[in-house]
Design a protein around this ligand. Structure first.
Ligand code: NDP
Length: 251
């Protein structure tokens, strides 16, 4: 039920952190993974690590906020692999600043990276998935899809938008047998949150105190949900937003 042999999975932001862990999980389940990022050296290292484990992986360079680059990206995937069955919209960024100090350019960067990219990639993958008889799209939200925070107006708006985009795409493409779901990670130890921990005194301890599991998550905690949502085991699951947070959102 969770076998992904023969499936082609595109993971944006797949060269590190949560994206790489999800790519690794799906590759362990048999998928061929295409990891997408802007940093070619980081992507090459990630592919090398996956291939060294006997997994099937390659990297493609693209800025997923760029409409033309996204079209080119999926053109290349189709040319090389014939189809795309799984898309993980994971690329993301954060600019921590109070709303009154956030510039329009910063707002736009966050919205484009976290939300518009998911629209562009999903739209670009849709026809190939429909032709393949179905597909799986997994969008990465956040605890800030649910909660507010003073430093996260653009980030929270983008991640709330990811959940609503997920619901809209799920209803639009259910007839094409494409399931679209969102995953809402809790606090996961990655480059993104390492920066936040440096900038915000006490953050590390506050997260620990509020998380019933009493630990920060690690990227590998997200691998299982990726395999589930990419597999036929989730064929009747669509439009959901599933927290993977050690209980943070219910405490
Ligand atoms: P990382 O900073 O480790 O990863 C972000 C990834 O996004 C990188 O691989 C980066 O690759 C890629 N990326 C950023 N901008 C672009 C772009 N314009 N085009 C292509 N790729 C891009 O962070 P995480 O692993 O922590 O985050 C992954 C996702 O999970 C994000 O959406 C984040 O918001 C979300 N998330 C993370 C949480 C956490 O606690 N860590 C909690 C909740 C959600 P490159 O630099 O090569 O472009």
């Amino acid at each position: 039920m969770f076998d992904l042999t023969g499936k082609v999975a595109v993971v944006t932001g797949g060269n590190g952190g949560i994206g790489l862990a999800m790519a690794s999980g799906m590759a362990c389940a048999g998928a061929k993974v295409v990891i997408v990022g802007r940093n070619a050296a980081k992507s090459a290292a990630a592919v090398q690590a996956l291939v060294a484990e006997g997994l099937r992986a390659e990297a493609l360079e693209a800025d997923v906020t760029d409409e033309i680059a996204v079209q080119r990206l999926f053109g290349t995937v189709l040319q090389r692999h014939g189809s795309v069955h799984i898309l993980v919209n994971n690329a993301g960024t954060s600019i921590r600043r109070q709303p009154q100090a956030l510039s329009l350019a910063e707002w736009q960067t966050v919205i484009d990276t976290n939300l518009t990219s998911a629209f562009l990639c999903s739209r670009a993958a849709h026809a190939a998935m429909r032709e393949a008889g179905g597909g799986k799209m997994i969008n990465i939200g956040s605890m800030l899809s649910i909660f507010g925070a003073p430093y996260a107006s653009a980030y929270g708006a983008s991640k709330g938008g990811v959940v609503q985009l997920t619901r809209s795409l799920a209803t639009a493409w259910a007839a094409d047998n494409i399931q679209v779901n969102a995953v809402l990670p809790g606090w996961i130890d990655t480059d993104l949150t390492r920066k936040a921990r440096e900038q915000v005194p006490g953050l590390h301890e506050r997260v620990l105190a509020r998380t019933p599991a009493a630990r920060w998550g690690v990227p590998a905690d997200l691998a299982g949900i990726a395999v589930f949502l990419a597999s036929s085991g989730s064929d009747f699951v669509t439009g959901t937003a599933i927290p993977v947070d050690g209980g943070y959102s219910i405490s």
